[in-house]
Design a protein around this ligand. Structure first.
Ligand code: XMP
Length: 323
């Protein structure tokens, strides 16, 4: 019979065969399931010749950096270097409002950081990084470029997922993509609580702050709103019934009244969907009481927000993310 363990053993042997005995490998950890599983697999294959990097691009969720670094080190025992590149990313994104431009800029900055890290390994530690690990799930590959014979008809790029399409042709590092042909439910055979986390896009909150991400304190407001929404979902015991849930910061203001004050503050949208693979999705139908509680909590505790709306579109015609 067909066993997941056999597939993983096979993958480990392939990696050991591919990576030369003196070669070092860099893995970009995103904090998501794919890269974490990929890193764990490569770590099993080549041990401390794997060097993981976690980039704080300034577009992460509330306390995300602290939370994932703790998980990598304490639970997964992965060797991880955290690079704080907040200034680097946000300065490049300043004034940029076009969604595809934002994605391209972010993808490019990531590659620069990995190249820099590879140079640092070589210059300072005498270790030559030859490969970059990518945890690429099949649906990502399909959306950026449908493989021949996949039966998918669209031939254009819906969105440039930066972990697939954005890699430059002249990149020095070669790719290892151990998960390229595995589907998410197959990967779930690998045991760790980490696997239950909702997916989070590579470009991070940049695709959830509509317009210029550096405008005002949009990122900070979004982090607070998102954290309240996600925590409420966990408290209600429905996190695992939802494929993905998040808040979106809208670059508009509306009039409200808080206390006896007229306000002219921001509007945030809540989005939660169910899905099998992210290719299609239905909006999640919360109980009214839940929505009422969350909206009140957000307006009461997040300064600068006086209106909460819910996104009730499915995919298609919408996509899951707003940008
Ligand atoms: P859309 O918005 O295209 O999203 O319906 C489908 C799924 O993909 C995630 N997503 C991304 N994941 N890099 C990623 O790794 C990206 O650039 C990216 N863009 C969207 C999205 O969160 C959803 O789960």
């Amino acid at each position: 019979g067909w066993k997941m363990e056999d597939v993983l053993d096979e993958e480990i042997k392939v990696i050991q065969g591919k990576v030369g005995p003196e070669d070092h490998v860099i893995c970009a950890l995103s904090g998501g399931v794919d890269s974490t599983v990929a890193a764990t697999l490569v770590h099993k294959a080549i041990g401390d010749r794997l060097h993981c990097v976690f980039v704080d691009n300034g577009l992460l969720r509330y306390k995300e950096r602290e939370r994932v670094m703790e998980t990598f080190e304490r639970d997964l025992h992965l060797p991880v270097t955290c690079v704080d590149a907040t200034e680097q990313f946000l300065s490049k994104l300043k004034g940029v409002v076009d969604p595809e431009m934002k994605r391209k800029i972010i993808g490019k900055e990531f590659i620069c950081i990995f190249d820099d890290f590879a140079q640092h390994l070589e210059r300072d530690l005498g270790k030559i990084a030859v490969y970059l690990v990518q945890g690429t799930l099949y649906p990502d590959v399909i959306e950026s470029c449908p493989p021949p014979g996949s039966g998918r008809t669209h031939s254009h790029t819906i969105k440039s997922h930066h972990n697939v399409g954005g890699l430059p042709k002249d990149m020095k590092l070669k790719l290892i993509e151990p998960l390229k042909l595995l589907f998410k439910d197959e990967i779930l055979a690998v045991p760790t609580a980490f696997l239950k986390r909702h997916p989070f896009p590579g470009p991070g909150l940049a695709v959830r702050v509509l317009g210029d991400v550096t405008e005002g304190n949009a990122l900070e407001i979004l982090r607070q709103v998102d954290e309240i929404f996600i925590q409420s979902i966990k408290d209600a015991g429905i996190y695992d019934s939802i494929w993905q849930a998040f808040a979106v910061f809208l670059p508009i203001r509306s009039v409200g009244v808080q206390g006896d004050q007229r306000t002219h503050s921001h509007v945030v949208a809540l989005r939660a969907v169910t899905s099998q693979d992210g290719m299609t999705a239905d909006w999640y139908n919360f109980e009214h009481k839940f929505l009422d509680d969350v909206a009140r909590k957000i307006c009461n505790s997040v300064r600068g927000v006086n209106r909460v709306v819910q996104d009730i579109t499915s995919k298609p015609p919408s996509t899951i993310e707003w940008e």
